[in-house]
Design a protein around this ligand. Structure first.
Ligand SMILES: [Mn+2]
Length: 314
């Protein structure tokens, strides 16, 4: 029987998929780029859902269970689902990223670096200090710094996470599948993982685009914000960089696509789920995510109001 493996197409999701599927037979890898609108559709077989799925309803799960067994491994805010559901939030633990969870459950020691790439990609340095210490002593050339920002922007392991996100941004679902295969091929040679034209040229292209957007950033009191349009989905990369440059600001990066703005928000000060529901009240707007990093979608016609509320929010 086939196993359908859905995974989020970011660094954490790709790393989780690479670890979980390495020795699986008859697995169908299905990357999901738009996590907010994820509804799994399968023809037959069992289903594993990685770094996604917490937003599914019990009815969605029961639909999948008509075809086979279902397992969800995730770390986003969630209600309990009617299937084996591994999510540290449900047991009151730290929201450890999916790649770390996959590594802990089924990974070999030689794959620890892949778990670490996912952890860094999901801003999880503080969540697993002992694990990172082990990774550092085994692969000292990958991991030299201590803070999340330094590791993400300067160390090789952070560059891997950025290159994975960039490859998915540039090449879409095919990029995500390429990344998973390449991680698996280089299990025993992490320093060679980045030695790849597709990954490096994607990273270069995204970083050029991010630099272009960063020039348009505006600041208002404790907020920094920017609006732009681009063919490349770079709003998260912009938000990440902007947050690193303006540590104490609340960040809103808005990328226009069609008749909507897609937003990436970052804040250490406000609970972003509360902020988004306040700013979007009565408008065609929805979103959410983690307290400190979240996304939203706002109709272009409502964006002005949303933004005014954002700038006033305290
Ligand atoms: Mn994740």
């Amino acid at each position: 029987m086939i196993t359908n493996l859905f995974f989020h197409g970011d660094a954490d999701g790709c790393c989780a998929a690479a670890i979980a599927s390495l020795d699986m037979e008859d697995v169908k890898l299905i990357p999901v780029l738009d996590a907010a609108n994820f509804k799994p559709k399968i023809r037959t077989g069992d289903t594993i859902i990685l770094d996604l799925g917490s937003q599914l309803t019990p009815a969605d799960i029961r639909e999948l269970q008509k075809k086979g067994n279902v397992l969800v491994i995730d770390h986003h805010v969630s209600k309990r689902l009617p299937c084996p559901h591994i999510n540290p939030r449900l047991s009151g633990d730290k929201p450890l990223p999916a790649a770390f969870l996959a590594y802990k459950m089924v990974g070999k020691k030689s794959m620890a670096w892949i778990g670490a790439v996912g952890l860094i990609g999901d801003w999880g340095v503080k969540l697993a200090p002992t694990f990172l210490k082990k990774v550092r002593s085994r692969w000292p050339s990958l991991l030299k710094h201590v803070t999340q920002e330094e590791i993400y922007f300067e160390d090789k392991i952070g560059t891997m996470a950025r290159a994975i996100d960039a490859t998915v941004s540039v090449h879409g679902e095919k990029g995500a599948l390429y990344v998973v295969k390449r991680l698996q091929k280089n299990i025993d040679s992490p320093s060679r993982f980045l030695d790849d034209k597709k990954l490096l040229s994607s990273l270069k292209r995204i970083e050029k685009e991010v630099a272009k957007v960063l020039k348009k950033v505006e600041h208002h009191r404790d907020k920094s914000y920017v609006e732009f349009s681009s063919k490349l989905p770079v709003k998260s990369a912009v938000a990440q960089k902007l947050k690193a440059e303006h540590k104490y600001k609340t960040i809103m990066v808005s990328q226009k696509r069609g008749r909507r703005y897609r937003l990436s928000l970052r804040s250490d000060k406000y609970d972003l789920n509360g902020l988004i529901s306040h700013c979007g009240r009565g408008l065609d707007a929805y979103g959410g995510g983690h307290d400190k990093a979240a996304g939203a979608s706002v109709a272009a016609s409502d964006y002005k109001t949303f933004k005014e509320r954002f700038l006033k929010y305290e």
